[in-house]
Ligand binder design. Structure first.
Ligand code: THU
Length: 132
């Protein structure tokens, strides 16, 4: 699959995720989609809670769902976030589970798409190697 197809499929899946967002408190819908080496896509959305601090971001829902489904290898990710900036906690989780050079496409509310690598999103990340 070529890079443009991967990007378009992931962005479409992330938009689907955003449409599933459970965000009755923030009204800030976020969608994420991560691709496995065989092209399978796992979708996530933010899921909020009346106990606000329990809310979880779309990116973590996508990655953790994929891990729960038995997947460990990821090749690319897309996020639809109105502000265009994935949160720091999600950047840390991406750094844990995804290769540093993996592309992450981030689409904002106005449809602008920016491409980052996982390492660009969180330079000098704290990684498992740091634990010795
Ligand atoms: N949110 C995400 O899902 N991903 C991010 O990267 C930024 C924030 C969610 C969490 C919460 O449900 C809402 O957006 C407002 O912070």
């Amino acid at each position: 699959m070529d890079r443009t197809t991967i990007r378009e499929r992931l962005l479409a899946a992330a938009r689907e995720g955003a449409a599933r967002a459970y965000a009755p408190y923030s009204h800030f819908p976020v969608g994420a989609a991560v691709m496995l080496p065989d092209g399978t896509i796992v979708i996530g959305c933010n899921v909020e809670n009346a106990s606000y601090g329990l809310s979880v971001c779309a990116e973590r829902v996508a990655l953790w769902s994929a891990v729960a489904q038995g997947y460990r290898d990821f090749v690319a990710m897309a996020v639809i976030v109105p502000s265009g900036s994935p949160c720091g906690a999600c950047r840390q989780v991406m750094s844990e589970l995804c290769p540093p050079d993996m592309p992450v496409w981030v689409e904002t509310e106005d449809g602008t798409v920016r491409e980052f690598t996982v390492a660009e999103l969180l330079p000098a990340a704290f990684r498992r190697e740091d634990l010795g």
